[in-house]
Design a protein around this ligand. Structure first.
Ligand SMILES: [Zn+2]
Ligand SMILES: [Zn+2]
Length: 242
């Protein structure tokens, strides 16, 4: 085959040979790339919607990228439901799949690596907490009903105590484990037992008004004695409410 004409590829500067003058003039006119560059070319998305999440690269046959295709599209409630049900429950491709321990470990490691690069945004965290509450709240409430009343009351008090701004109390930085000298404990002035026996709202027993931080030995030896009376506590609590 005779190599009559030659020119350089505009991208990689390799020499391209032509045997036919028609092909040569045509490629000169349109400034064609070599075959290698042509096959490896990237299809860029024209981004017609000014979509900020445009992926720039598009499929060979598509007009725009996947993101631009769906951007700004308004879906009816019906189609939204269909989409969300399409991968839910039994329709999920992994429905009923049982993983071995090795697979579980591998998946969790993969997720950890992924999360290092792509941390969860606050918006998704909110969504996750809402869906978790939806799932767990009925289960928690059922379990609560099974629990003895006293245990439920103690749990309520503990939960409310955890929500209090304990760092405002005196000796906060001395809190430690029992058995260590100089360690302090959070103590309920009117004890949980007295609160339960007298039918006092757990919100009042767990409130910061009823909390103090004292040495652990004092707390343990006190057991069920109260350092203030119920009337004093109620008075204190009502003052903060006003
Ligand atoms: Zn080239
Ligand atoms: Zn795009």
């Amino acid at each position: 085959m005779k190599k009559l004409f030659q020119r350089n590829c505009p991208d990689c500067n390799d020499v391209i040979y032509y045997t036919d003058i028609g092909n040569y003039t045509k490629s000169l006119k349109h400034n064609y790339q070599c075959r290698k560059c042509y096959n490896n070319r990237i299809y860029t998305c024209p981004n017609p919607n000014n979509n900020p999440k445009c992926k720039n690269k598009r499929n060979k046959r598509a007009k725009v990228c996947v993101s631009c295709k769906h951007y700004g599209r308004k879906l009816s409630e019906d189609t939204k439901l269909k989409i969300s049900n399409g991968t839910k429950g039994e329709n999920s491709p992994n429905f009923g799949k049982i993983y071995t321990e090795k697979e579980k470990k591998h998946l969790s490691n993969k997720l950890k690596e992924f999360r290092k690069i792509n941390p969860v945004s606050d918006k998704t965290k909110e969504k996750m907490s809402i869906s978790a509450k939806k799932h767990w709240q009925p289960i928690i409430e059922q379990n609560k009903l099974k629990m003895p009343e006293k245990k439920r009351y103690y749990n309520d008090v503990r939960r409310i105590t955890r929500q209090q701004p304990i760092h405002l109390l005196e000796n906060y930085n001395k809190i430690g484990l029992a058995g260590i000298s100089g360690a302090y404990h959070v103590d309920h002035m009117v004890s949980k037992k007295v609160g339960f026996d007298n039918n006092i709202d757990p919100n009042i027993i767990g409130n910061i008004v009823n909390l103090q931080i004292i040495p652990w030995l004092e707390n343990v030896s006190k057991i069920e004695k109260c350092s203030i009376s119920i009337e004093q506590l109620l008075e204190k609590y009502n003052k903060t409410k006003c």
